[in-house]
Design a protein around this ligand. Structure first.
Ligand code: GLC
Ligand code: CA
Length: 559
């Protein structure tokens, strides 16, 4: 198999604001990342994806970009970024940046000009529409951060569209100049040495130009949804590929919230020349009530059968037609040990069990900062949270519509809010977890006195050491990269088990994703000729004893 670098790679996501603060202002920064390159090298990852570090008023933590070509002073200087790229490269680490091209900040020069009048150079850089005759918004589209997706601009006497905060106006991709500006900017970063892109909500860039109302089953004032897969989306993405990705050999992974594995083939089948990989949300919604009126906050217990079915459909449907991006955590997701595992009694076991399940699959695994030491969700009070999505949703759902109580909302936030993953990285049991010598921009998870890099690395049961082994396996075992996939016992509600086969060798990956002890003979009736490749219970030597809570391992068998 002729593999691309990212097919044998493990990619590490950094949320710069919360990673490492070098100058004591409480905000993580680029020199902070540079100071941790040795740590990342020791972990063994191949590439770093940085959440946005461009100039930004930080309404949505940098996903509102005012200037794509410069670094926000809070993170350092442009030179710091160039230095990070070259020092990372010197250590064999690639750099992936975040391409936020569905929208900019309202502080960007483009928008500042666009809002002034209907007939200047930038007028059509954004999506402007007249009010209805009664002065109301052009349609019922809702913003993901609450309220209408339209905001009135007095200077221009028109509404502009924003799928996210009103400080994040959506770009008009119908305008060729916009596309060219974005392509130029991507080439600019290529020239600085950047190796690839994670593409923020890339499936939203094409808007249906009819601008019709969304279906409104709950009779709401504004309705979110229908933001993905617009009529020209594939054409625009193909353009990005032809203009930038292919000629300049840049890796791409697109955020594609509503994709199923069938939709995904249209993005990632190499013949179509679009993207290398996509991040779906499908497998992350298995603990969400379908069609609930409170959207992401309407939770249900994890449906493991559905999780297995979805991950397996991606394995099967992309087989030889594309490549998977594998993740459980990122800056928009909670900590998997708290969300689906047991972050108390079995923190080490459940963190490593989920890691085994994910890293055994075909695709490129993404590790989110702190996942490699089994960081957990903090159970914050409402006033401790920072995230614009959580705060606007809270106001709307609990205070205005009152479709959830505060206690219900908080219980959901403790499980799934985006802020769960954004607390500062926990390096040491010392003040501010070794993240900053100043006052951190965001509250630390109080468990840092026990859960931190220093403790983990000196612990016999180290999550970090387990990740090191998983990454090393990915590097040296073709079976993980190229082996076939088959799910076993699909209906079992506690066990995740599958097989990978390559050149006469079979690996079985098994994880008990429950607090119960389970009889092993059901899963391995034939107890002979097994060799353990990896395990999270040290005393596991054969297949005689039961599967302990959250126990997982990989075993090899010749076939
Ligand atoms: C993506 C980002 C998220 C951001 C949103 C708007 O979903 O991952 O953090 O708020 O897009 O840019
Ligand atoms: Ca700083």
């Amino acid at each position: 198999m002729n593999k691309k670098w990212w097919q044998q790679a493990v990619i590490y996501q950094i949320y710069p604001k919360s990673f490492m603060d070098s100058n004591g202002d409480g905000i993580g920064d680029l020199p902070g990342i540079i100071s941790k390159l040795t740590y990342l090298k020791k972990l063994g990852v191949d590439a770093l994806w940085l959440s946005p570090v461009y100039q930004s008023p930080q309404v949505d933590n940098g996903y509102d970009i005012a200037d794509y070509r410069h670094i926000d002073p809070m993170f350092g200087t442009d030179e710091d970024m160039y230095r990070l790229i070259s020092l990372a490269h010197a250590q064999g680490l690639k750099i992936v940046m975040d391409l936020v091209a569905n929208h900019t900040s309202d502080q960007s020069v483009w928008f500042q000009e666009s809002r002034k009048s209907r007939d200047n150079y930038f007028s059509d850089f954004y999506i402007w529409r007249d009010a209805k005759s009664d002065g109301s918004e052009p349609n019922n589209w809702g913003s993901n951060f609450g309220g209408s997706a339209w905001e009135w601009e007095p200077q221009r006497q028109q509404y502009y569209l924003h799928y996210y905060a009103k400080q994040q106006p959506d770009l008009n991709w119908e305008n060729l100049r916009v596309r060219q500006y974005i392509f130029d900017m991507m080439r600019f970063w290529k020239a600085k040495g950047v190796d690839g892109w994670r593409m923020d909500v890339i499936t939203s860039i094409s808007k249906d130009q009819r601008f019709q109302d969304n279906p409104n089953p709950f009779k709401q004032t504004y309705v979110t949804g229908n933001q993905d897969n617009g009529p020209r989306m594939h054409e625009f993405i193909h353009d990005i590929n032809r203009e930038v990705l292919s000629p300049f050999e840049m890796m791409s992974v697109g955020e594609s919230p509503s994709s199923t594995s069938f939709d995904a083939r249209k993005f990632v089948d190499p013949d179509r020349e679009e993207l290398d990989m996509v991040f779906t949300f499908e497998h992350m919604h298995v603990d969400r009530k379908p069609h609930g009126r409170n959207g992401r906050w309407d939770l249900q217990p994890l449906d493991l059968v559905a999780l297995k079915q979805i991950l397996s459909s991606w394995q099967t449907n992309l087989w030889q037609h594309g490549w998977n991006a594998l993740y459980f955590e990122n800056h928009d997701r909670a900590r998997v040990t708290s969300r689906w595992g047991n972050d108390q009694q079995y923190r080490y076991e459940s963190a490593t069990a989920f890691a085994t399940v994910l890293h055994g699959l075909q695709g490129t695994p993404f590790i989110y900062q702190g996942e490699e030491i089994g960081m957990t969700n903090p159970n914050f009070e409402i006033n401790d949270y920072e995230d614009i999505e959580l705060l606007t949703n809270y106001r709307e759902i609990v205070q205005e519509k009152q479709t959830m109580t505060k206690a219900e909302f908080l219980a959901a936030a403790h499980k799934i809010s985006r802020d769960n993953a954004r607390t500062p990285m926990q390096w040491a049991p010392t003040s501010n977890a070794g993240f900053s010598s100043g006052h951190p921009w965001f509250k630390l998870n109080p468990d840092y006195t026990t859960v931190n890099v220093q403790n983990d690395q000196s612990n016999e049961r180290s999550v970090f050491a387990y990740y090191q082994k998983l990454i090393e396996l990915r590097h040296r075992s073709q079976i993980l990269v190229a082996g076939t996939y088959q799910l076993n016992c699909p209906k079992n509600t506690r066990i995740f088990e599958y097989e990978r086969i390559y050149q006469g060798v079979k690996w079985t990956i098994i994880a008990n994703l429950s607090n119960d002890e389970l009889s092993i003979s059901t899963y391995f009736p034939n107890k002979k000729y097994h060799k353990f490749i990896l395990k999270n219970y040290k005393d596991r030597k054969d297949l005689e004893c039961n599967l302990r809570p959250w126990e997982s391992f990989i075993i090899e068998q010749e076939i």
